[in-house]
Design a protein around this ligand. Sequence first.
Ligand SMILES: [Zn+2]
Length: 292
Amino acid sequence: MSSPSVHGASLAVGDFEITHVRYGLYRWDGGALFGVVPKTLWSRKAAADDLNRIELAFNCYLVRTRDHTILIETGCGDKLDMRARARMDLPPDAEPLTSVIARHGFDPESIDIVINSHLHWDHCGGNTILTGGTHSGPARPAFPRARYVASRPEWEHAHERLARDGISYIDTNYDPLVESGQMALVEGDYEVAPDIWMRRAPGHNRDMMVITVASGGETFCFLSDLVPTEAHVQPTWVAAFDLCPLECIESKTRWLTAAAEGAWQCAFGHDAKMPFARILPDPKTGFTAAPL
Ligand SMILES: [Zn+2]
């Protein structure tokens, strides 16, 4: 697997500093990522291997303000079995996110807020660590000092375990934190810390949140799986696993218009090569992304 050298890129947003923490590269079926878009088109953007998989990343971001160190997303974590990990071209054992963060030069103990855009396993898997060795035992918080924040309607949906998307949820990633009171479940748009917001952006699923960080007239926006990779800035390029495709097109158009007009610095849930991007209007495709 290739390893692009985008690891730990940082940028300033007003008085805040944002650092990209890539919690591993993996491979996933390209058809699942691009839905009805023909492979003849998407393969120009993302090369597929002989199993039709494209390279993706678990993108997390650290936001440092004067008063807080905030982690957005915690990636895949340690709950998947070896077969699932092999299918995704992941190493058999997961490195704890805390050591990935330490390698970036940050003390994981300094993290006082953890935000999950939604509760799919690939966004909150590093919230907790299994204490029984490989893939077993009770889960303990990976960030004991932190207040975790997620959407209550999303958490309720996770427990519905519907046939279509029940497989996306692993309860040990969040329920121990909810039970201990360490995870706050919030209704709708919510200001996590001054000028740092979670805002509902339906499409990928009903209650996924995008995260905006504003300071000194500048804005950073983590688009999560509303726009999983740079290729998905074209509003109609919707993943096959997005639960509400029409709403996804609508939400994407709304958020990317704001991002382009405001010259926001944006980030995608799973892009392996572009940790930060500017969104530009495009007469043909709606939008394009330019690396920052
Ligand atoms: Zn995802």
